[in-house]
Design a protein around this ligand. Structure first.
Ligand SMILES: *[C@@H]1O[C@H](CO)[C@@H](O)[C@H](O)[C@H]1NC(C)=O
Length: 441
């Protein structure tokens, strides 16, 4: 027993160390360094240049010992050291296994600190002093993890003329592409870290959530953390945990009830005085259809008859939906009956769609035997749904021995029945007459 628990403890310790070793290794990343083209009369042309750069991430300046050598195709002038005390960038999802084809994505841009005019941000720079601290080299960088769920955006600062950057602000999301069923609560993850030793992090922060879909944008939440004020917005049921925001930098957005019109792009922006960093994520509301078949149950069919069966798929989002029909005979084998004729889609008030498929089931053309199960199949990103009805064909289209036997059986039964009926009617009448006859005698 003691042995077992010792082994158990040791393995727990070993596993913990292993996990820590894995998650704490900070990566060296190849990044695109993108900046506006110099010259050309002020650089308003919007043209950019991009070149490869190399970022050695570390937790503190001491742990730089094992920095990975930059690949030879990278200009040594574009090799940087990034110190990230919060180790946000040391996430496993940014650490590609050696030699893997898939690499985390990353882009670095020069950044110009400036005050913001936004109402919920302006209070951060009220003193109107542009501190000497800002006179340095600033970069903004964005990273996307291998799992496609992690996104990090950082603002880093290096004393002018050096390549040693410190992370001053980082914003992280772990839900870069989120999905939700209709009506469920949705949380879009966003958190930030600000270097407590930076003079900028002492004068407060602001958080803003924006929504964008096909060129339309709107403000969802805007919060001034310095004055603890929330800007007026029209969005219903959108909240943040303000306690978690101040205590742990948890800026996650919760939508109480997912609706179809919530699908789109969400941008979480965190402001420090003169600085901002943002992560962009996608939310998709995915709801599979409900199916119903008409008529249900199906009327009995005689061979040669054509039955019309309707399948209605409703309450689904987004488009498209694939509707088709299947038939499973008494032999247990399934086969496709094709799509039938599929209607156009209609949109309901809540944004969900509905669509119909009509099947003309010609019982003489198809070898349906004595019937079976007719199934409507709806294939949707939210899942595949099925609905079935039982088809009963009376008689048969191709005579088999069994069918012939059955027919003979039916004929015999019918014959017997007719005989019986006629016997009860005529027979009983003659009985009476007989009795009468006997009495008379
Ligand atoms: C952040 O807050 C959301 C709710 O707003 C919560 O669901 C989530 O667990 C929190 N995350 C952390 C890391 O505390």
């Amino acid at each position: 027993m003691t042995n077992f628990s010792t082994i158990y403890k040791l393995s727990v310790v070993a596993i913990t160390f292993f996990i820590q070793a894995c998650s704490s290794s900070c990566p060296a990343l190849e990044c695109w360094f993108v900046q506006e083209k110099a010259g050309r009369g002020g650089g308003l042309t919007g043209a950019t240049t991009q070149e490869k750069s190399w970022l050695n991430i570390r937790r503190d300046t001491q742990s730089s010992a094992e920095s990975l050598k930059a690949p030879s195709d990278i200009n040594p002038d574009r090799v940087y050291f990034i110190t990230d005390p919060a180790a946000t960038l040391c996430n496993q999802a940014l650490n590609a296994p050696r030699g893997s084809v898939k690499k985390p994505q990353c882009e670095v841009n020069p950044f110009l600190p400036q005050p913001s005019d936004l109402r919920w941000v302006a209070t951060l720079t009220e003193s109107a002093l542009s501190p000497i601290y800002l006179q340095a080299e600033w970069f903004s960088a964005s990273f996307q993890g291998l799992d496609e769920q992690l996104g990090i955006s950082t603002i880093t600062r290096a004393p002018t003329g050096t390549k040693e950057h410190d992370v001053i602000l980082s914003v992280t999301s772990k839900t870069m592409s989120a999905k939700s069923r209709l009506g469920a609560p949705v949380t879009l993850d966003c958190s930030f870290w600000a270097d407590p030793s930076s003079p900028l992090s002492q004068s407060g922060f602001a958080v803003e959530w924006r929504y964008q879909f096909r060129g339309n944008g709107r403000l969802i939440l805007a919060y001034d953390g310095k004055t603890d004020r929330l800007a007026d917005t029209q969005e219903e049921g959108a909240t943040m945990d303000f306690k978690g925001l101040h205590e742990r930098g948890n800026a996650s957005l919760t939508l109480q009830e997912a609706k179809v019109h919530h699908s789109g792009t969400y941008i979480c922006t965190v402001y420090l005085p003169y600085l901002l960093a943002q992560v962009v994520m996608e939310l998709e509301i995915v709801e599979p259809p409900s199916l119903s078949i008409h008529p249900s149950p199906l009327p009995l069919a005689v061979p040669g008859q054509t039955l019309t069966i309707q399948c209605e798929a409703s309450g689904f989002a987004p488009l498209p939906l694939e509707l088709s029909w299947e038939f499973k005979g008494s032999d247990g084998k399934s086969r496709s009956l094709g799509t039938g004729s599929v209607s156009g889609h209609r949109q309901a008030w809540d944004g969900t769609y509905s669509q119909n498929a009509r099947l003309e089931l010609d019982t003489s053309k198809l070898d349906l035997g004595r019937g079976g199960e007719v199934t409507c199949v709806a294939v949707h990103p939210g899942g595949t749904r099925r609905a079935s009805v039982t088809l009963n064909v009376i008689g048969f289209s191709g005579p088999s021995i069994e069918d012939s036997m059955a027919l003979v059986g039916v004929a015999l039964v019918l014959y017997g029945l007719i005989k019986f009926v006629s016997w009860t009617f005529t027979g009983s009448g003659s009985d009476e007459a007989d009795k009468q006859d006997k009495k008379d005698k």
